[in-house]
Ligand binder design. Structure first.
Ligand SMILES: *Cc1c(COP(=O)(O)O)cnc(C)c1O
Length: 393
């Protein structure tokens, strides 16, 4: 009943290099692809059953067979509610809409899952200082889990990041660097400084365990749907870690014989002001091109060129999914509807997911009878500037 992690493996199909997990690692030393954690799933399936899970604590660490092997640095992340949204569903014209409310995680976003896993392994491997670029919530979560683990944390973020996020990072004792630019500029800063200062980079997909934390959203849906999966999952996509992670979870569940081969259609929702995945998807391209002058109120979606673009796109194609862009006016209007009809104050990113559903239903690409899960990836309470503007307008 413990972790069955066996090794790390390069995610590029053309490389696939195998590496041990007992030293801190970033990208593949051969091809610079992201590394993925691999498990002995034959061993895992012997204890990871729905019956066993029923007796375990309500945290993402309940899936310990398929998570990193170390004492969890935890604040109670995961096991967020799946809220049936009937009033919203009725208004949109579908029968079954659910909101997975990730705003209820520690530090008020699903970044808590990934950073709980990453900080757990960093601590176990003897790291002293973690460092990352962030569009927002990842910084807050990293700072919180670093504080809890007694590690130092350096966060580089755009100077126009929502105020509450800058504040929480400082409160958690992180070394906050505000940069005039985008997450890509922050990433260049961290990559340049890390070797000199001995910082360990926990940037999205440059670190192998954030995705392991985020994949637990897929395991939770499988439990929420009592061993089945929904027809459609709508995911506000920036770096795409959760989307790649959930697809990995479904692969693992199938390999363990815990689900069949039927998978949800994965929908990536992006902001019209930064939609590299949508553009690549429309061209059926295998990778994205950097989006120039990225701008949107949905800070978490302001990722001009995701490192894992090829993985996001491969999963969208494999699932028969879609990529949809919505403008800031539409995503904040959708936020207001979610608040008014369901009592959930969503992050703008969650609004983007809802606006994408509205578009797909209108185009007949989501059927009335399908079960649809919308990820509200963060809480609106950290985006007071955006909410103030939306309510004033
Ligand atoms: C980071 C973030 C996203 C994007 O998540 P990825 O897994 O990197 O695509 C979406 N919404 C919120 C609120 C975020 O903080």
């Amino acid at each position: 009943m413990s972790s069955t992690l066996t090794h790390l493996q390069c995610s590029r199909p053309t490389c696939g290099k195998v590496l041990d997990h007992t030293t801190p690692r970033n990208l593949c030393p051969e091809c610079h692809g992201p590394l993925l954690a691999r498990y002995d799933l034959d061993a895992a399936r012997r204890t990871l059953t729905r019956e066993a899970l029923a007796t375990r604590p309500a945290s993402m660490w309940r899936y310990r067979e398929v998570l990193p092997p170390a004492p969890p640095v935890s604040l109670g992340e995961g096991m967020t509610p799946l809220v049936r949204a009937n009033r919203l569903a009725h208004q949109i014209g579908i029968d079954r809409l659910y909101i997975k409310d990730e705003g209820q995680n520690p530090t008020a976003s699903f970044k808590a899952r990934g950073l709980s896993a990453a900080v757990t392994m960093a601590k176990a491997l003897g790291i002293d200082t973690i460092a990352l670029p962030t569009a927002g919530n990842a910084g807050g979560a990293a700072a919180a889990y670093a504080a809890r683990a007694g590690l130092h944390c350096v966060v580089a973020m755009p100077s126009d990041t929502p105020g509450a996020i800058v504040l929480e990072c400082r409160a958690f004792g992180a070394d906050v660097r505000l940069i005039d630019g985008l997450i890509s500029d922050c990433g260049a800063f961290i990559a340049q400084q890390a070797p000199t200062h001995g910082w360990y980079e926990v940037s999205t997909l440059k670190e192998p365990y954030r995705i392991e934390g985020k994949k637990t959203m897929g395991y939770e849906l499988w439990e929420d749907f009592e061993g089945a999966l929904p027809d459609v999952i709508v995911y506000p996509t920036g770096g795409g870690v959760g989307l790649i992670g959930m697809w990995k979870a479904f692969e693992e569940l199938e390999a363990m014989g815990l689900t069949g081969s039927k998978r949800p259609r994965m929908i990536a929702a992006q902001a019209a002001g930064c939609a590299p995945i949508v553009r690549a998807f429309d061209r059926r391209a295998p990778a994205a091109e950097a989006w120039p002058d990225a701008a949107t109120v949905a800070a978490g979606l302001r990722v001009p060129k995701p490192l894992g673009d090829f993985l996001i796109l491969a999963d969208l194609y494999a699932s028969g999914g879609q990529a949809v862009a919505v403008d800031d006016g539409a995503l904040m209007a959708a936020c207001r509807e979610m608040a008014r009809l369901e009592g959930i104050l969503a992050a703008p990113e969650g609004g983007a997911g809802l606006a994408a559903i509205q578009q797909l239903v209108a185009r007949g690409q989501i059927g009335r009878g399908e079960s649809v899960v919308l990820f509200n990836t963060g809480s609106g309470y950290k985006y007071l500037e955006a909410w103030q503007a939306a309510l004033a307008g």
